[in-house]
Design a protein around this ligand. Sequence first.
Ligand SMILES: Cc1cc2nc3c(=O)[nH]c(=O)nc-3n(C[C@H](O)[C@H](O)[C@H](O)COP(=O)(O)OP(=O)(O)OC[C@H]3O[C@@H](n4cnc5c(N)ncnc54)[C@H](O)[C@@H]3O)c2cc1C
Length: 247
Amino acid sequence: MAGTALRGRLTWQIAMVDTVTDETARVRTIVLDVPQWPGHRAGQHLDVRLTAEDGYRAERSYSIASAPGEPVAITVERLDDGEVSPYLTQELRAGDELELRGPIGGYFVWEPEDDGPLMLVAGGSGIVPLRAMLRHRQRSGSAIPARLLYSSRTLPDVIYQSELSRYADGVEVTCTLTRQQPPGWTGRAGRVDAKLLSEVCWPAAVSPLAYVCGPTSFVEAAAAGLVGLGYPPHRVKTERFGATGGR
Ligand SMILES: Cc1cc2nc3c(=O)[nH]c(=O)nc-3n(C[C@H](O)[C@H](O)[C@H](O)COP(=O)(O)OP(=O)(O)OC[C@H]3O[C@@H](n4cnc5c(N)ncnc54)[C@H](O)[C@@H]3O)c2cc1C
């Protein structure tokens, strides 16, 4: 794997936390000052390493939330029984140091030169690298039309809510809420299934390029659904965050 090979050549470095911003009750964006950052592409991730006082180390991967050219940012969802995410979302403060290496990955990346309308499908924190792609599209002045289908449990769980509501000029955002819809909700309800995909996604006939990201089970179901709609498998790029709950 390209990402694995690349990782071997990367060195760990110390970043400084610039700002922390709560996105939802469980999700926080951490903007980092990384002195040796070589630049990144939209969709890549980085590794964070925490070292306890007794020397115990834990490493986790986080997608880069910012567009190329913006300060490095990650957006972390807290898993209450997790080892690393509670520290990143509850303890880490501006001015703290964080050990990281990156950027990592050459497959789940999007460039404005890539052909075809952009189809983004996210579950939960899987929105993070797709947000980097939308920001990159906007900052680069790309006119490629984009659609985002974003699944969250409830409205308060929607990450980057105000940013997503501001996209215009060729970007269509559809949110679906799987657990609870507030009164007057005009978005979709229920899980991402074949019917919802067929109603919201670009038809295969226009040769879209799709990126699917989120918990493993979500990604597998959504990617299979897109292939079922006629998307060629090589035009459906996937990033799995692990078994971090159902949506
Ligand atoms: C490429 C990539 C990009 C990612 N990007 C993001 C991102 O942008 N944002 C984000 O929030 N996350 C992202 N993740 C997920 C992230 O790497 C972590 O997995 C996540 O933050 C959880 O880490 P944790 O240490 O808090 O939880 P962990 O300690 O790893 O635990 C995760 C879950 O597994 C369970 N678990 C742990 N060990 C066991 C065990 N032995 N048996 C049974 N269950 C167990 C825990 O109870 C918990 O529910 C990404 C993952 C990948 C691979």
